[in-house]
Design a protein around this ligand. Sequence first.
Ligand SMILES: Nc1ncnc2c1ncn2[C@@H]1O[C@H](COP(=O)(O)OP(=O)(O)OP(=O)(O)O)[C@@H](O)[C@H]1O
Ligand SMILES: [Mg+2]
Length: 269
Amino acid sequence: MKTSDEQALFELKHISFAYPFEQPVLKDVSLSIHAGEMVAILGVNGCGKSTLLKMLAGILCPQEGEFKAFGRVMTEKMLLDDKLSKQYHQRVGFIFQDSDVQLFCSTVQEEIAFGLLQLGMPDSEIKERMHDVMALLSIEHLKDKTPFKLSGGEKKKVAIAAILVMNPDILILDEPTNGLDPRTQRWLVGLLLSLNKAGKTLITSTHNLELVQEISQRAILFDEHHSIVADLPTANLLTDTKLLIDVNLVDEYYHRHESGEHSHYHIHN
Ligand SMILES: Nc1ncnc2c1ncn2[C@@H]1O[C@H](COP(=O)(O)OP(=O)(O)OP(=O)(O)O)[C@@H](O)[C@H]1O
Ligand SMILES: [Mg+2]
């Protein structure tokens, strides 16, 4: 249980955000996230999940409302300040929905070393961290490969490695299980749980209702009109079928068994 005086990592009050010349894609969004939480962001395509995550990741600033991170009000000027932005990205790691946006170096090991080199870390420590993270993700065999030639799942692992190597306190993952086979999804869930156990705060957007209960205790749900309509324990959200249908996250075939939820296709006579 959080005490009211415990400082939130992120505190958003009545945030609105619109891309240039577009209608708002986040409307009157208020939320707080505390250290150690595992939070899921849910909602249909285009509701604003990635936009919200990019804001928390220090890439976008709201036009309206107040966005505080680590107790400080975030401004466009702060995001453009090289030193402040480096400090921020060291604390907050962001895994993009599309790994191709994130990976730009010519080899996997350069990709993983990039952030550490930017911090001016000594070579010996860079080597040690790279060795550990590649072993953790079982990607040593990919180290000399070109990221853009890897499979989708391999790219995702490299993108995760490039963030984990920085050892951020907070991990923001945008649809991390997309395109992963069931075994790799399961492996990723295990990794996320062990990271949370080690004290990391996890904020994940997902459409995967089968995994959401495992990777979050709390779910924040957007409707199609870019506003938050529920912020509650994940287990409670998953049993609220009416709400899930209202926001178009499930169809009328959705139901839950003891072991979890899923949909069947029925043929009516
Ligand atoms: N750079 C951009 N410029 C203009 N519009 C954008 C930009 N990025 C996203 N949008 C628009 O903003 C809206 C919200 O996009 P966002 O990527 O946040 O949605 P999402 O909830 O993450 O969707 P998905 O489930 O498909 O990933 C969409 O209508 C999208 O087309
Ligand atoms: Mg998205």
